[in-house]
Design a protein around this ligand. Sequence first.
Ligand SMILES: Nc1nc2c(ncn2[C@@H]2O[C@H](COP(=O)(O)OP(=O)(O)OP(=O)(O)O)[C@@H](O)[C@H]2O)c(=O)[nH]1
Ligand SMILES: [Mg+2]
Length: 303
Amino acid sequence: MMKIEGKDRRDIAIRRLDACLELLDQYIRFLESIPAAGALHPFHLGLIGSVLGEYWEEEVEEVRARLLKGRKIGNEYRRRLLRCPTERVIQVEKEGIGRTLSFLRRSSMKLDRLIGGVRSLSRIDNVDPSLLTIIVAGLPNVGKSSLVSLLSSAKPEVAPYPFTTKEVHVGHMNTTLGMVQVLDTPGLLDRPEKERNQIERKAVNALKNLSGLVLFVLDGSDFTPEDEELNVLDEVLVLGKPTICCINRIDMRNEEKIISIRKELERRNLQWVELSCKTGEGIDVLKDAIESSLNQLFRNRKE
Ligand SMILES: Nc1nc2c(ncn2[C@@H]2O[C@H](COP(=O)(O)OP(=O)(O)OP(=O)(O)O)[C@@H](O)[C@H]2O)c(=O)[nH]1
Ligand SMILES: [Mg+2]
């Protein structure tokens, strides 16, 4: 039991119950601070959905209703504590606290889940969905974060294993059109949407719900299977966003693979740049290509 002082036993009991009610209130305030789905940009809505599933709003309402009921009951006990005979105080306090907290206990798993979902939203709070965005996407471990770090102010973690990037990260890049947002996304595996994990779904959400240019990173070395890369590329192309392909790791190139990728990209009428995030080769060519794509995008937007 928490240490609470008071002028007599009844006063202590009331203060203890008040402390429980305050705890309940904190959670109620948290739930009420979650914006309604209708007030969210599709990007943020998609992100919450990808973490919490599509029925999160109902869940918020269900937990809130339960906690409000707990508060109502807690307040009834508070009134009882004020007027019950002195010898009943301890019993009423025990019952009141027990019942009030039981509403919180029964919601604790759902509350933890909701708090996690809202946290994931606040982690990417600095993504501004209204800004022109460059979304860097591709399979795991192909050099997306390395590229984002070369192009923008973001310094995401780079490591030689897949799924290093677990969240969408944002950096900024200066262009002739002003500041644009550069987004590093988690890797996408070649598999159907419904088998995707939560980390991959964050990348899909960014690709679907932010407008701008996609840089699709392909691996020019032996590490990543070409057919899987092309399958994911085709999935991204369906979204209809302007796309520049970046054939990375040309410092450890597999010439045959690169020739084959070039053919496939040509067949899809796509623009590409061959580069190495390790040596920096090709990065300036990419920057020029980004500039002209963004200018084109901007002109199309105005028309
Ligand atoms: N040799 C060589 N290595 C590279 C190049 N680009 C990236 N790497 C290395 O490849 C590994 C993966 O790079 P990341 O930038 O973390 O790849 P990612 O696509 O962001 O990976 P995930 O976030 O896990 O999907 C790191 O060890 C990088 O140093 C390159 O052009 N050449
Ligand atoms: Mg990464």
